[in-house]
Structure formats: structure tokens, C-alpha cells
Design a protein around this ligand. Structure first.
Ligand code: K7E
Ligand code: CUA
Length: 624
């Protein structure tokens, strides 16, 4: 134990001095990247000729941009940006009625870990979930249309960073929080932190039919920070694990004060048991949520001591082990689910914290793995042979190692400071091997300079040979905290929005277009087609909308060009309004015409040779 303490404080000093480390690695890094770029075989490996498509989709989280970035692998070409938690004028997201309602009053988000929906522990290519640390929300994206379908605010929680990881059949995603607050967020002095503050974990479900997210129940955990989590697989499928830091319950200067204790914990919980507690009514109603208090309702949740301030925790593809990465301790700790189950069965506990039993470290730990001079382990991914790949934030590398023996198998330097990495189909029960991508926090010297701050960098690493090899590098906007890589043929995106869908506001024939007035509400049922808008076919000027100042206006617009990629935009000049209608889509703008005057309207998406002619007028008659 003594030895661990001194090793840990040594690394802590190294972590705090991380910038000094960069200085050294900069030189080594730029040389090797120059060599890579001239290596023809690497160029061939990532070249996807015109007419051919990439083998994988990469969905990279956009961090505090609130967006999701879609790339193709191995070309590393950026294909699309999908807005999730922040408005996007390119698509009109946050302007049209549906997305405006989803966004509510928020105008930014901090999107962390994306997670694909799973069936039997395999990505099924249907949905992508993500959480917002900035404003405590969860979202789901539809992989048929690449659009955000639902967003929920998660009450009683502050910053669900420790998410989203789904269970084997997408029964739940769990959202434990980074910040502790009093439940309901009412004011409480920080002197009462340990008594009144809580970290809350929410169990969120998704209904495929209604396309809605729901909160099934919540758990009032101790006032610690929850960092990363992962769901069990196969033998551990009813379980999930999550890391903690600040079990010291410090309320200031966390940089120092949350790194005092030699050990923090991995929380190990059985979601089937929690589900049963809820079914048996063993919860309290708190601000409209079913809240489980572990100090009152025993069972289902356990603590496993781990070297201080762990960051990631990852379950092996076979579901037998979970691996914690040290962050401040230079080691990966391999724990055994089987040993944990045995210890729970035998009640082999070493006391408790906040009523949650603590398992003995020695009873659950299988081995500590300390690759020489590898510093700052953060996250682990796996290949098709069950080998582990851990990102080293401080020593800027990925280390490949064998979870069965702890043996280091290979190392590759990356530029620089990787947070997560993502392996092909990496979080499934059967990863593909083949590729892993380092998601680097620092890109300096990698691309043409764009001033003092640079983009993040993603480096594609080929796993097919004996040695890992960096074969491509692509810039990415802030900030891929995580990504998911899925076989392209698992996705089946729509070519056009189906006409037969039951959408009450759609109009499919030009002659059915109309403008209806109900009191001071004006409903426009219009169509967009190359190269005109028709709002009322019977009117003298079918492409003009005239309303009175103060009217509430609904513009329902259907794109009747049932032709792939023929998207129209709809903007009202100087009214701060814009939306997009994709082929076959109906979209609605809802607003109050509070400015009188003459406002041209136009199509924002270049759609034909006569796109410039695709205009009209929005006339607002002033009040007398
Ligand atoms: Cu390590 Cu938000 Cu997953 Cu960033 S987190 S690295
Ligand atoms: Cu329609 Cu441009």
C-alpha cells in the first residue's frame, strides 16, 4: 500500500506538470507524422476512390458545440454535422417548431458520450443516444434521417457526464452526474455538503414507437463526482459499473482536495434489482421522480475500492471483467465480475459508505497493470481478440495489452494527449479489430495554423498488422469526448421522407395549398418544389403570405420534390427565421409576426438553376 501511495503522488506531480511533458513529445511526434505522410502504403489504406464508399461510420461527439460530427472511415472525411443540443442555421434546427420545442430555453449544450442502441450486445444501427453535461439533458438521434428525435431535461441532476452507455438490449441508459447538488437544486450552504448534496443517477428508457425518452427511476447516490460508466455484457449483463472521484467530498479547490484519499470507488450496481425495487414500491416520490435511497433500500449497489481518481471504466467484450483507468495512478486495474459476485454472495464486505457496502479490493481485483513510463491512462477499447487498448493522456500514446496476463504488447505515439479512443464496433460483444481512432485533445503542428487555438485531432490507427500504425489524421471541431464506430452496412438511411406517413400538416398537391385564418392565427399549408413556393394556389400571387402585425403565424411547408437530395430551405429575410424541408418532409415554423413591413422570403438551399428565383414575399400589415 505504501508503495502505491508514493507512486500515485509521483504521478500526480506529473499530471499537474503535463504541459512540460508536451514540450518533449512535440519533437518526436512531428518527425514520425512527417514520415507517415510520405508512406504510400498508408495513403493507399485510407484512400477511398470516387464511386466507392467508406466501410464505417464514425459518430464523434461535438462536446461544447452541442453537435454530432459524422465521418467516414478509413477516409476520415467529414460527411455531416448533426445539431443536437445547439441551434444550427444550416438546417434550421432550433428554428422550426419541433426542434425549437426540443431545445426549450437552451441555446447550447456539451455533448459527451454517444452510444448506439444495441440488440444482444451488438450495435443495431437504429438509434444514437447522447447526453448534455452543460444543461443536464439526454437526446436520441434517429439513424434513418440523421436527425434529433427527442431531448429530455433530467430533473434532480447536474451534468450527466457519466453517460450514456446502454444495456445489452437498450433497456436503459444510465445517467449518473458529475456535479452534486441538493435534490431539487434548492439552496443549501456548502457547509452542509455531505448531508444535503447528492449525486443522482437516472435510469432512462426509450420508447421506439413514440420516439420518446423517459425517466424510469433515479438513485440518490452519495455527493461524489461520477465520471464514466459502462454496462455489463453477457454474464454481467444485469450489471453496470461507474467510476467516482471526490469521494473526499471536497467543496473547494478540487484539483488538490479531491485527490487526497488513496482510493476512490467503482460503483457496481444491478439494474434488474433496482428495477424490482421500483416495482415493489421501494422508492420515494421526489419532485415527480421515483427516487431510490440506497441507505434505506438495501441491495443492488456496491462499492469497489480503486486507485484514486479513476477516469474510465470499461467492460471487456466477453463481459467477465471491468477495467478501471487510473488518471492519477499510472495503472489499469482489472477487476473480475465473477469475484465480485462471489464476494457479494458471501457478504465479504469491508464496512460501508452512506449505507452502501464496500467490497474488499483484494477480493475483486485480478491484477494491476503498469506499462513502463505509461502515464495518464484514461479509457480502454478492445479488438476482436479481446486485447485492450488504453489511451495515455500524459505520455501521449495508445498502449495495447493483454487483459488475461497484463503483458504490454505494443505502443504507438499519438499527437497529442488522447482522451478516448474508439475501436471499430468497440463497445459491442464482438469488436471488429481492424481500426482504432485516437481522439486527441491537442493537435498542435498537425494542420495549418488557425491561430492560438487549434482543432482537436483524430488519428486513425491500423490494427491489422503486427504493429499498430497511425495511417491518417483528421481535424475535428471541439470536442470528441467519445465516438462510436459502426459498420456502414448496418445503417439504412432514408432516401426520401415517405409520403404515406400520417402527417396532418402535409400537403402533397399544389391545388390543396391554402392559407387559413382562425381569429388572429394564420395557418399556411404550402409546398416547396423546384423552383417555387406555393402557399395558396388559388391566390393571385400564390407565393405571397400576408398577415396582420401581431398575428400568430404557422407555416407548414412540404417539400413535394420526391427526389433524393433535393432539399429546399425557407427563410424570411430580416425576421431571423429559417428552416429546411428535405425531400418529402413537412416542417413547421411557428412565430408571432411582431414586426410590420415587407420581408422577402427565399429558398436557402441551392436546389436548381432557378434557385435564385425561388422567392416570395411575407407582408405584415401594420396595426392601425
Ligand atoms: Cu474522458 Cu467527457 Cu469521456 Cu473527455 S471524457 S476524455
Ligand atoms: Cu429550393 Cu433553392
Amino acid at each position: 500500500m505504501k508503495k502505491l501511495v508514493s507512486a500515485v503522488s509521483g504521478v500526480l506531480a506529473g499530471f499537474l506538470a503535463a504541459t512540460v511533458f508536451f514540450a518533449d513529445f512535440t519533437n518526436i511526434g512531428s518527425q514520425s507524422s512527417a514520415e507517415d505522410s510520405t508512406n504510400k502504403s498508408n495513403a493507399e489504406k485510407v484512400y477511398v476512390p470516387f464511386g466507392k464508399l467508406d466501410e464505417y461510420y464514425l459518430f464523434a461527439s461535438g462536446g461544447h458545440s452541442g453537435q454530432m460530427f459524422i465521418y467516414g472511415v478509413p477516409s476520415m472525411r467529414h460527411i455531416r454535422t448533426v445539431p443536437v443540443f445547439s441551434p444550427d442555421s444550416a438546417t434550421g434546427y432550433g428554428f422550426d417548431k419541433h426542434s425549437k420545442e426540443l431545445m426549450g430555453d437552451y441555446t447550447w449544450g456539451d455533448l459527451h458520450h454517444p452510444a448506439f442502441s444495441e440488440t444482444n450486445g451488438d450495435y443495431d444501427g437504429k438509434w444514437l443516444f447522447a447526453t448534455d453535461v452543460g444543461n443536464s439533458r439526454a437526446a436520441v438521434m434517429d439513424l434513418k434521417t440523421f436527425t434529433t428525435k427527442d431531448i429530455i431535461n433530467v430533473p434532480n441532476t447536474s451534468g450527466p457526464h457519466c453517460a450514456a452507455f446502454v444495456t445489452e438490449n437498450t433497456e436503459y441508459m444510465f445517467l449518473p452526474t458529475r456535479f452534486a447538488v441538493p435534490i431539487g437544486r434548492e439552496y443549501a450552504s456548502l457547509d452542509d455538503y455531505s448531508q444535503k448534496y447528492r449525486g443522482v443517477m437516472s435510469a432512462v428508457t426509450f420508447d421506439e414507437k413514440t420516439e420518446k425518452l423517459n425517466i424510469a427511476y433515479q438513485v440518490a447516490l452519495p455527493p461524489w463526482s461520477y465520471d464514466l460508466s459502462d454496462a455489463g455484457k453477457k454474464m454481467s449483463k444485469d450489471w453496470a459499473v461507474m467510476t467516482t472521484y471526490n469521494t473526499e467530498e471536497a467543496t473547494t479547490n478540487l484539483e488538490i482536495n479531491a485527490s487526497q484519499a488513496d482510493r476512490d470507488y467503482i460503483i457496481l450496481f444491478n439494474w434488474k434489482e433496482l428495477e424490482k425495487m421500483v416495482a415493489d414500491g421501494k422508492y420515494e416520490n421526489i419532485t415527480g421522480q421515483k427516487m431510490i435511497f440506497p441507505e434505506k433500500q438495501k441491495g443492488g449497489i456496491y462499492l469497489v475500492p480503486v486507485a484514486k481518481s479513476p477516469h474510465g471504466v470499461d467492460v471487456t467484450p466477453d463481459g467477465t471483467r471491468f477495467i478501471a483507468s487510473g488518471k492519477l495512478a499510472p495503472s489499469m486495474t482489472v477487476f473480475s465480475f465473477e469475484k465480485a459476485f462471489e464476494a457479494i454472495k458471501n457478504k465479504d464486505f469491508a464496512g460501508d459508505r452512506n449505507g452502501i457496502p464496500i467490497l474488499k479490493y483484494e477480493s475483486v481485483m485480478e491484477r494491476e497493470v503498469n506499462p513502463e513510463n505509461a502515464l495518464g491512462p484514461l479509457h480502454t477499447q478492445f479488438d476482436d481478440k479481446g486485447m485492450a487498448y488504453t489511451t495515455m493522456f500524459i505520455s501521449s500514446e495508445i498502449v495495447k495489452w493483454d487483459p488475461n496476463t497484463g503483458e504490454t504488447l505494443d505502443r504507438v505515439p499519438v499527437q497529442y494527449s488522447p482522451g478516448h479512443s474508439v475501436a471499430a464496433e468497440g463497445d459491442t460483444v464482438s469488436p471488429d479489430g481492424k481500426y482504432i481512432i485516437a481522439l486527441n485533445k491537442i493537435a498542435k503542428d498537425s494542420y495549418l495554423s488557425v491561430g492560438p487555438s487549434h482543432p482537436e485531432s483524430m488519428q486513425l490507427i491500423d490494427l491489422s498488422g503486427d504493429k499498430m500504425e497511425v495511417i491518417q489524421s483528421a481535424p475535428v471541431n471541439p470536442e470528441p469526448h467519445y465516438a462510436q464506430m459502426i459498420k456502414a452496412d448496418k445503417l439504412n438511411p432514408l432516401k426520401i421522407y415517405p409520403k404515406e406517413e400520417n402527417r396532418p400538416d402535409s400537403v402533397w398537391k399544389q391545388e390543396d395549398t391554402r392559407i387559413e385564418r382562425k381569429g388572429n392565427e394564420v395557418h399556411v399549408y404550402g409546398v416547396a418544389l423546384r423552383s417555387k413556393f406555393i402557399f395558396d394556389a388559388k391566390a393571385e400571387r400564390p407565393d405571397v403570405i400576408e398577415v396582420n402585425e401581431g398575428d400568430k403565424v404557422f407555416i407548414h411547408l412540404t417539400n413535394i420534390d420526391l427526389d433524393q437530395d433535393i432539399t429546399h430551405g425557407f427563410a424570411i429575410n430580416s425576421y431571423n427565421l429559417n428552416m429546411e424541408v428535405q425531400p418529402g418532409q413537412t416542417n413547421t415554423l411557428e412565430f408571432v409576426a411582431d414586426k410590420a413591413g415587407t420581408y422577402p422570403l427565399y429558398c436557402t438551399n441551392f436546389c436548381s438553376a432557378l434557385h435564385q428565383e425561388m422567392t416570395g414575399y411575407f407582408l405584415v400589415k401594420p396595426k392601425k
